[in-house]
Design a binder for this molecule. Structure first.
Ligand code: BGC
Length: 597
């Protein structure tokens, strides 16, 4: 137990110590929202979920909370022009949505031209509004005829999915650069074949394993097939994987560890191994053990989509009929769903998914919060976790908030409120939730370039007041009329130390009498350290203090590094930016300074 405890520590960050606001995402980062057809479109009367919503269970109870039915949902089918307007207001530039197979192919082999045209129109409108369409081919729903022939329970049925995918691809490929094949195989399987709360409502571990294998196989085959089609090499195609971690409730209890491990393997690791090694084992001891093998699966994706919400705490018990249960902890912040907030888990999941060695899109992340109590905390902390993973160097290309507006939340019906926009389902009126503004602010905040800068050449430099080691206070705007060179530095930074003698000679000594002001700004160190630093370096240009790196944070992401130089012309405009001490760039800077004089 000690071994597990120390080798798998539970990550808990001290949120009182963390500044979640001072983060920046790369300029190139894709920001989006996500939806799924059946949850928002309305009038999906020909798929497995329609059937399910209209059935009663063995106890004559409705399948869906409160007896809700998706019916016209958020009427997105008709209101998508208005909804694109809502996306524009958020400032997002991507939209992930699913297309409804049961509308496109209502009968086996018969395709509905109007339905596919609808999706073309949607994509057209998105593109006209500078929003990139991202299509999911299967998001939990499929036609009743497909369900009736056994859906993904039978390997041979996969050809039907491929035919539909090919039809959709050929009709939309000129408009859609990013494609997701299947949404969350593990969730589809655990809810539909293990817990029995999604259609087809079975509780059959052996069948669950078969369906999971078939879905992973279906992704692989679809991926290969679409890539082989004309235009296949022009688009990115990936799978969407949900990661939900299972952690031991009692860290000293072997049963909790064992069941957590089993569940993590079944839910996540077996799927990842399938694509990393081309083989994996799906094992629920005493119930099912399945060896899955498919060499074609290795590398069979251009990106991986990660959906992350939370984790579960597992408590093992000496009861053969129910060997484990999920338990809540009093200290956790609960969402309206059956799980708590766990941003640290999001960070961990990003690292886990990165083992696939593919570019990552966060294809879903959001919170159900009817009372608007925790959405702000959720947004702050989960985006902080995302940012931290990006700073670790993970190749994360974008983030899709789940979800644009309130919707039909599957077995939970309309009870769950995941939307950035609140929907009044009587009037279909959409209103931005106050708590969503934090997301909007982050989307609209200036992004960083590849070197961590948030300012650009051509910008007017942000104004600030600094204090030199001598106690003299200077405001940048007072220096107008001179060329100002700011060097962000620190005593612990070896590259800064290398650069400083050169700056002293080539900038300060060379131009200080010709209208150039060189100022070193020391990143967040106390006065004595900075004075000693200056003495050690033997430099004579002024050094200013920057407690909390607040001045630094006006120019670059606070989490990025020094040394960097900012050249500001006589009018206060930024004309050059350097990072590290690279000879060519440095020489270019000297030339720029000369040209300004
Ligand atoms: C699904 C969404 C769902 C969301 C929130 C994800 O597992 O892909 O359709 O609404 O979770 O529960």
């Amino acid at each position: 137990m000690f071994y597990f405890h120390f080798s798998h520590p539970e990550t808990n960050w001290d949120w009182d110590e963390i500044d979640t606001q001072n983060i920046h995402f790369p300029n190139s980062f894709a920001w989006g929202t996500a939806t799924a057809a059946h949850q928002v479109e309305g009038n999906n009367t020909n798929n497995n979920w329609y059937d399910w919503e209209h059935q009663l269970d063995r106890d004559n109870q409705p399948r869906i909370h409160n007896g809700d039915k998706s019916s016209i949902a958020a009427d997105h089918w008709n209101r998508y022009p208005e909804d694109i307007g809502l996306m524009n207001k958020l400032g997002v530039d991507h939209y992930r949505f699913s297309i409804e197979w049961s509308k496109i192919e209502p009968e086996n082999g018969i395709f509905d031209i109007e339905a596919i045209q609808h999706y073309r129109d949607l994509c057209d409108s998105l593109l006209k509004n500078d929003i990139t369409p991202v299509v999911t081919l299967h998001h939990f729903t499929h036609p009743i005829w497909f369900e009736n022939i056994g859906a993904f329970e039978k390997r041979k049925n996969i050809d039907h999915f491929i035919k539909y995918s090919e039809y959709a691809f050929n009709n939309l490929k000129d408009l859609v650069p990013i494609w997701c094949t299947i949404n969350e195989p593990s969730v589809f399987v655990s809810q539909g074949y293990f817990n029995g709360i999604f259609p087809p409502g079975k509780k059959d571990p052996v069948l669950a394993a078969t369906v999971l294998e078939n879905l992973l196989y279906a992704h692989t085959k679809t991926y290969k097939h679409l890539k082989s089609l004309d235009g296949g090499d022009q688009v990115q195609i990936g799978l969407v994987k949900n990661i939900f971690q299972f952690d031991p409730l009692r860290r000293w209890h072997i049963l909790d560890w064992v069941f957590s491990k089993v569940l993590n393997n079944v839910f996540t690791q077996s799927s990842l191994d399938y694509f990393i090694k081309g083989k994996s084992t799906f094992s629920l001891p005493g119930m099912v053990r399945k060896e899955m093998e498919n060499n074609d699966a290795i590398d069979a994706m251009d990106f991986i989509g990660l959906n992350y919400y939370s984790r579960m705490h597992v408590k093992g018990q000496a009861n053969l009929a129910e060997p484990f249960i999920f338990a809540k902890r009093a200290q956790d912040i609960q969402t309206d769903m059956d799980y708590a907030l766990y941003p640290e888990g999001f960070y961990k999941a990003l690292h886990t998914i990165s083992t696939l060695k593919k570019p990552i899109y966060v294809t879903e992340n959001g919170v159900a919060d009817r009372g608007n109590n925790i959405r702000e905390i959720f947004i702050k902390r989960y985006l902080y976790a995302l940012n931290k993973a990006i700073l670790d160097g993970l190749d994360i290309r974008g983030y899709f908030y789940w979800t644009l507006m309130d919707n039909f939340e599957w077995a939970e019906g309309y009870k769950m409120k995941f939307g950035l926009y609140e929907v009044d389902f009587k009037t279909q009126e959409r209103t931005l939730r106050e708590s969503s503004n934090l997301f909007v602010n982050m989307v609209q905040k200036p992004g960083t370039d590849s070197r961590g800068y948030i300012v650009n050449i051509g910008d007017i430099a942000p104004n600030f007041t600094m204090e030199y080691t001598t106690g003299e206070r200077v405001t940048l705007s007072q220096l107008k009329g001179q060329v100002v060179v700011l060097q962000f530095t620190a005593s612990w930074c070896s590259v800064c130390r290398k650069e400083m003698p050169h700056l002293e000679k080539d900038v300060w000594q060379a131009f200080k009498d010709k209208g150039v002001k060189l100022i070193g700004i020391d990143r967040d160190e106390p006065l004595e350290t900075v004075i000693k630093f200056q003495k050690d370096m033997g430099t004579t240009y002024p050094l200013a203090l920057d407690p909390g790196a607040n001045i630094f944070g006006l120019f670059a992401d606070k989490n990025s590094g020094v040394t960097r130089n900012i050249v500001i012309d006589q009018q206060g405009k930024i004309v050059f930016l350097t990072r590290l001490f690279e000879e060519n760039e440095y020489l270019q800077m000297i030339e720029i300074i000369k040209s300004l004089l």
